[in-house]
Design a protein. Structure first.
Length: 95
């Protein structure tokens, strides 16, 4: 997904990428859909690209540190990552 400013329509345009590129992935598309539903479409229009970028930064921070994900056992991605690194460190010590 990409964002660009359309001066003729005076609004941001969300661009989709082609099949086969790095964005052609079901998980990314799912997260992209949630992003659009929870942030972009509910809060539009954004005044400019900077406002959308700040809102996106805040949303991604919330998504990773506060939002519970059912597919992760009702934990956050941050918790999963912390557990992973703790397990890696414990395995390194035990070897």
């Amino acid at each position: 997904m990409g964002l660009s400013w359309d001066p003729e329509r005076e609004r941001l345009v969300i661009e989709c990428h082609a099949v086969g590129d790095s964005y052609d992935d079901a998980m990314a598309e799912s997260a992209d859909g949630v992003y659009k539903t929870e942030l972009v479409w509910r809060r539009k229009p954004f005044a400019d690209l900077a406002e959308l970028e700040l809102a996106t930064f805040r949303w991604v921070s919330w998504w990773n540190s506060k939002r519970l994900h059912q597919s992760l056992g009702c934990r956050t991605p941050e918790q999963i990552e912390t557990e992973y690194h703790a397990n890696q460190a414990a395995q390194a010590v035990s070897q």
